[in-house]
Structure formats: structure tokens, C-alpha cells
Design a protein around this ligand. Structure first.
Ligand code: PMP
Length: 285
């Protein structure tokens, strides 16, 4: 059976899952989205993802035409229709179709789309050996121009940086903010361990408030590791003892090189490995 995609209350075969070319989601990237994981049929931190989707929508003055509860139910129905227990879920809400002008008031019918699929995981080797990052010349969007806290359908900022990473042979790239501080990667948050403290940039460094990031901060605190959300620079990564990334798709993945320079011992560190294990237990437990 073809993959079933949810659009506005109906399920369609993948090939028939279509929306208007006049949708401002397509014309202008005017919409919001979420990426979530389900483990053994249970969506990890569904409430947090729905809250973030609603906040993103609110920030762009877009009213989602259903309740969070109905969205949660639609997610479960779409997973069930596809027989997916362990998979990736993409929620999309577009502004809807309008005229060719910018005016969002002329858009009708915001489209709610739910795509569930098997997950394209990073190779196992990245988790065992750690991955390498390069610093992108493309800085993260200035928060006063377009807040990185909004998970909007306009991901060009991240895509430009991703292209730089891929050209350098890296699957992820480090993005700095307009102040030259570390922000995040193109689709993952970043942590370092320095002198026994686990550090990650604060939300106002201009980052997406990752749900995996928040889960890892909680896990670290439960393990008695001191955590701090403070601004830091690339210098701090170079002198860090450990480094890792977090994201719904990547989960927790060690970083062992930045811009060709080894970090820490050049191998995934003990705290990173401990947090990977704790995260594994959290999502599967
Ligand atoms: N930063 C960016 C820019 C992202 O797009 C994502 C998610 N894809 C993340 C961080 C990680 O967020 P989460 O843990 O909620 O997946």
C-alpha cells in the first residue's frame, strides 16, 4: 500500500497528496512545521512539539484550524494508517492559498499536513566515532529579522549553511550568530563540556529551542552534571573536553572535529556517552 499522507482531515496516497501552487507556504515559505519521532508507537514529547508548533504559528499570526488534541489524534491515526511504530513525523501548517501578492489576509484555508515515514538515520559510525563539523560562513538569521525560535517553512538560512557543510564533506555545519557567538547547527543544537560543566547556548543566542536539547539538559541535571545556558564562542569549542549535537532525528551524536581540528581527545567523551545512553533509555523506556 502507498504511504498515506494526511491533509486537512483526509488521508491520501503519497502520489495524490497535493496542495495548491498558490499556497503561500510554497510561494513565500509562509507557514510552520515540526519534526518528531515515534518510538514503539509513542510520539516522543508530543505535547512539547505541539506547543512549539502553536507558538511558531502564533509568532507569524497564523491560526491553526484545529485543536492540539485533534492534531495529536490525527498524528496517531496517520501513524496507524501507515503501520509505523518507529518513525519520523513531519507536521506542516501553511498559510493556505491566496493571491500572488504578499498579503496573508487574502489566504484561505491554512493547510494542515502530516507526513509519517521511516527515519533516515545517520550512519551508526557517527555515534561510535563522532562526526566532524565545519563552521559555515552563513550566520544564523538575525533574531530581530526573523527569529530562529520560529520553526518556519523558510529554512533557506539553514540550507545555505548545510550546503557549505556538505561541500566540506560534513553532514552538519556550525552556525554562529550575528555577534559571532555559537548559535547551533543547521538542524541540531550544540553542547560542549568544559571543566565538568555542560554548556549550551541560551535561546536568546538566536537558536531554535530544541526539544531534544531540553530533554538532554534535564537528563544531565538528573545525573548531577552541572549545566549552564550561556553564550560562548568557537574558541570555547576548540578548548572543550567534549562536544555533541542534539535533535529529534539525530538524537545525541558526538562531535570530534571542528574545522579540521580534533576536539577533546578526538573521540566521543564519557559524559557524551553517558547522555547518549540516558537518552536511549528515556525514549525507549
Ligand atoms: N535547530 C534547528 C535549526 C532545527 O531545525 C532543529 C530541529 N530540526 C533543532 C535545532 C533540534 O530541535 P529538536 O530537538 O526539537 O528536534
Amino acid at each position: 500500500m502507498a504511504l498515506q499522507v494526511y491533509i486537512g482531515g483526509e488521508l491520501y496516497d503519497k502520489a495524490d497528496a497535493k496542495i495548491s501552487v498558490f499556497d503561500h507556504g510554497l510561494l513565500y515559505g509562509d507557514g510552520v512545521f515540526e519534526g518528531m519521532r515515534s518510538y514503539s508507537g509513542r510520539v516522543f514529547r508530543l505535547t512539547e512539539h505541539l506547543d512549539r508548533l502553536w507558538e511558531s504559528a502564533r509568532a507569524i499570526h497564523l491560526e491553526i484550524p484545529m485543536t492540539k488534541q485533534a492534531m495529536g489524534k490525527a498524528v496517531q491515526e496517520t501513524l496507524a494508517a501507515n503501520g509505523i511504530k518507529d518513525g519520523y513525523i513531519r507536521l506542516i501548517v501553511t498559510r493556505g492559498s491566496g493571491s500572488l501578492g504578499l498579503d496573508p489576509n487574502r489566504c484561505q484555508d491554512p493547510q494542515v499536513i502530516i507526513i509519517t515515514d521511516s527515519i533516515a538515520l545517520y550512519p551508526e559510525e557517527f555515534y561510535r566515532e563522532g562526526l566532524e563539523l565545519v563552521t559555515a560562513a552563513t550566520i544564523r538569521n538575525h533574531p530581530a529579522a526573523l527569529s530562529p525560535r520560529i520553526k518556519s517553512l523558510n529554512y533557506l538560512n539553514n540550507i545555505m549553511a548545510k550546503m557549505e557543510g556538505l561541500r566540506a564533506g560534513c553532514v552538519e555545519a556550525l552556525m554562529l550568530n550575528h555577534k559571532g557567538e555559537v548559535a547551533e547547527c543547521t538542524g541540531d543544537n550544540l553542547f560542549i563540556l568544559r571543566r565538568g560543566r555542560l554548556l549550551t547556548p541560551p535561546i536568546d543566542a538566536g537558536i531554535l529551542e530544541g526539544i531534544t536539547r531540553n530533554a538532554v539538559l534535564e537528563l544531565a541535571q538528573q545525573a548531577g552534571i552541572v549545566t549552564a545556558e550561556i553564550p560562548f564562542t568557537r574558541h570555547d569549542i576548540f578548548i572543550s573536553d567534549e562536544c555533541f549535537l542534539t535533535g529529534s532525528a539525530a538524537e545525541v551524536v558526538p562531535v570530534v572535529r571542528l574545522d579540521g581540528r580534533p576536539l577533546g581527545t578526538g573521540k566521543p567523551g564519557p559524559i557524551t556517552l553517558q547522555l547518549m545512553q540516558r537518552f536511549h533509555e528515556l525514549v525507549h523506556g
